[in-house]
Design a protein around this ligand. Structure first.
Ligand SMILES: Cc1cc2nc3c(=O)[nH]c(=O)nc-3n(C[C@H](O)[C@H](O)[C@H](O)COP(=O)(O)O)c2cc1C
Length: 190
């Protein structure tokens, strides 16, 4: 982790859904491709991940809340963001402008700042049938967020079958999309 200044920084925002337990797979793939990675779980996702192991892998604090005044451990500025797995809850809150936790607060600022942002949901077909979800996805896409939802991307699974889909969660698709989005972003994004 010595040449951090030369590597682009990827924020990985993790929500509380099954694939979160394997977010180290995304961290490893991103590091191999030359990214400096910071993992930012939602408060609910903390129970799904191994905070100590991810801190060791990334060399950065894995924090689900804002720093207290005077607390050390700031993160480097992001050049791209991946939200994966993205829950029904976080997608709907984000699209409605709610920023009641640290990752939602970051998303509320980073997207308008033009930081390329990619979303890979993990949602069952019952949740997906709520019209709120399609409205939220449309809102996020209108904001310029790349939402990997639909044929060839993430497709909802039947309720109760998520556990059998964890190994097939397409982390690499999110990374490819983040790299594409970054290439397409304005040069001022760094
Ligand atoms: C074991 C477990 C698995 C879950 N899987 C999902 C899921 O696949 N998709 C989803 O949207 N919510 C899932 N949930 C529900 C979310 O954790 C819940 O909506 C939570 O409020 C999401 O918080 P967050 O969006 O802040 O991470 C799951 C909950 C548990 C306990």
């Amino acid at each position: 982790m010595s040449d951090t200044a030369s590597r682009p920084v990827l924020y990985v925002i993790v929500c509380a859904a099954g694939p979160a337990t394997h977010v180290d797979r995304l961290v490893t793939q991103a590091q191999v491709r030359g990214w400096e990675v910071c993992v930012i779980p939602s408060p609910n996702a903390v129970d799904f991940i191994n905070v100590a192991a991810l801190q060791k892998m990334t060399g950065h604090p894995v924090r689900s809340r804002y720093r207290k005044p005077g607390e050390s451990g700031s993160l480097p500025k992001a050049q791209a963001v991946i939200v994966a797995p993205a829950t029904y809850n976080t997608l709907n809150k984000w699209a409605h402008g709610i920023a009641d936790n640290y990752p939602l607060g970051l998303l509320a600022e980073l997207v308008p700042l033009g930081i390329p942002t990619v979303v890979l949901p993990f949602i069952n077909s019952a949740l997906a049938a709520n019209p709120a979800l399609s409205r939220s996805i449309s809102e996020l896409r209108a904001m310029g967020v790349r939402v990997l939802y639909g044929p060839g991307e993430f497709e909802p699974h039947a309720p109760g079958t998520g556990g059998s889909r964890l190994d097939a969660f397409p982390w690499g698709l999110a990374l490819d999309a983040a790299e594409d989005a970054r290439r397409g972003a304005s040069p001022t994004q760094g």
